[in-house]
Design a protein around this ligand. Structure first.
Ligand SMILES: [Zn+2]
Length: 425
């Protein structure tokens, strides 16, 4: 049985507050914390969950339906705890801010301005508003503007919160016409390893590796370096206008290439049976311990998250689900024997210290990502891997066309030569 779910996106923005009352928003997030704590406390006391929203709302200095949303989220945490865990109950004694969750057009509202910006109004306290405009990536702003003007999209709840002391708004939007297959109902898991000059893909099914592909895009890295050098020179000469022009041009170039690469990933993934695209979740990594120079470099590299976002967005329009896994050790683990050691990897070469397996290291990482995706989300087993197909490499050219493959292997599923994969830009 295939289940489907609606297409929901969470769009992240920075709040450019123009009403000069950031403190009010901060105070509201502290109030949200006390609502959360009170809810958890009452739930632990055994109070009937249906009675909790009203009991908490009476004392909270928040818009009533905002309080209800925060209570619902706290009860959701309790529910998860009952379902999945025997220990580690949600805490009711933490302090500090907690996201202020609000209903659209009740606790917060959005509107398009004449300048093409998106203005926000958040009711931080009853009859007290925080206003300004949203700032964020083009990709997120584009979807939000579409959602505000199209019947096909519905704007839903949002969370106002502080991230590294900066106010943000995370907005949920739902596409009412498109559905996405549930990620648990997949027969193929495509691991995507994003690097600064390539992306490695491996499709893994219960039968083993279906296919593997490395898409090189050295020009993105090259362009970024080139513009960076020019910019430095221009900056030193104090010519700001040229500097701005170059920055805009560079950004457009990189964005355009990332769109094409992400489309290629989705086209490639579509050929497999019930695919699920799996990425590394860098948010999880940032919270964990030292993750080495490779991860650091990728974290600070702009295209990384954008490529993940574009790919996930395009995949969902094909009904293909996306999933996220913890990136720990994905680049150090041997995909054949499982031996994990930093010394296994030397730049682009992987050489297992235990079983001597040699490979393109990014391809190996993409297999490990797929393996984690299967373990986390599928009810079928990770296949035993004894040998792997040769890595096939393609290169994105400035024209958008794809080179002849630099390495070929017999295709398992009749997948055609790379010039004809049906990537339409
Ligand atoms: Zn090994």
């Amino acid at each position: 049985m295939t289940t489907e779910q609606t297409l929901v996106k969470t769009l992240d923005f920075q709040l450019n507050i123009q009403s000069d009352n950031e403190g009010l928003l901060y105070a509201a997030t502290l109030e949200a914390r006390s609502v959360y704590n009170e809810t958890i406390r009452l739930a632990k006391e055994g109070v009937d969950w249906n009675a909790i929203p009203d009991r908490v709302a009476d004392d909270a200095n928040l818009v009533k339906n905002t309080t209800q949303r925060v209570v619902a989220k706290a009860l959701g945490a309790m529910e998860n705890y009952y379902e999945y865990d025997d220990f580690g109950q949600p805490s009711h004694t933490k302090d500090g801010e907690y996201p202020l969750r609000a209903n659209y057009e009740e606790g917060y509202s959005l509107s398009l301005t004449d300048d093409g910006d998106v203005a926000f109004r958040i009711s931080a306290k009853p009859y007290k508003h925080v206003t300004g405009v949203l700032e964020g990536s083009d990709a997120h702003l584009d979807i939000l503007k579409t959602a505000l003007t199209s019947d096909e999209w519905k704007v839903g709840t949002a969370e106002a919160l502080f991230h590294n002391d900066n106010p943000e708004l995370h907005v949920n939007v739902t596409n009412t016409e498109q559905t996405v297959r549930h990620k648990h109902d997949s027969r193929t898991v495509v691991g995507v390893d994003v690097n600064e000059d390539n992306v490695a893909l491996t499709a893994l099914s219960e039968d083993g590796v279906e296919d593997t592909l490395v898409i090189d895009f050295p020009e993105i890295k090259f362009k970024r370096h080139r513009y960076f050098t020019i910019r430095k020179r221009v900056q030193n000469a104090g010519k700001n206008s040229i500097h701005d022009t170059l920055e805009g041009r560079e950004e457009r170039f990189v964005r355009d290439r990332l769109h094409k690469v992400s489309r290629h990933i989705v086209e490639w993934s579509r050929q497999f049976e019930m695919p699920c695209v799996v990425f590394e979740d860098l948010k999880e990594m940032r919270d964990s311990i030292d993750y080495g120079t490779r991860m650091n470099r990728r974290l600070h590299h702009l295209p990384f998250r954008a490529l993940q976002f574009y790919t996930s967005y395009k995949a969902s329009f094909e009904g293909i689900p996306t999933a996220w896994i913890n990136p720990e050790y994905t680049s150090q683990r041997c995909p054949l024997c499982g031996h994990t050691e930093r010394a296994n990897r030397n730049k682009k070469r992987f050489n297992c210290r235990s079983c001597s397996h040699q490979d393109h290291s990014d391809r190996g990482a993409s297999i490990n990502i797929a393996v984690k995706g299967i373990k986390k989300h599928q009810d079928w087993n990770v296949p035993a891997l004894n040998n792997l197909p040769t890595v096939r490499k393609v290169r994105r050219q400035a024209s958008g066309a794809v080179d002849a493959p630099t390495v070929t292997h017999l295709t398992v599923r009749g997948y055609q030569a790379d010039g004809r994969v049906g990537v339409s830009d």
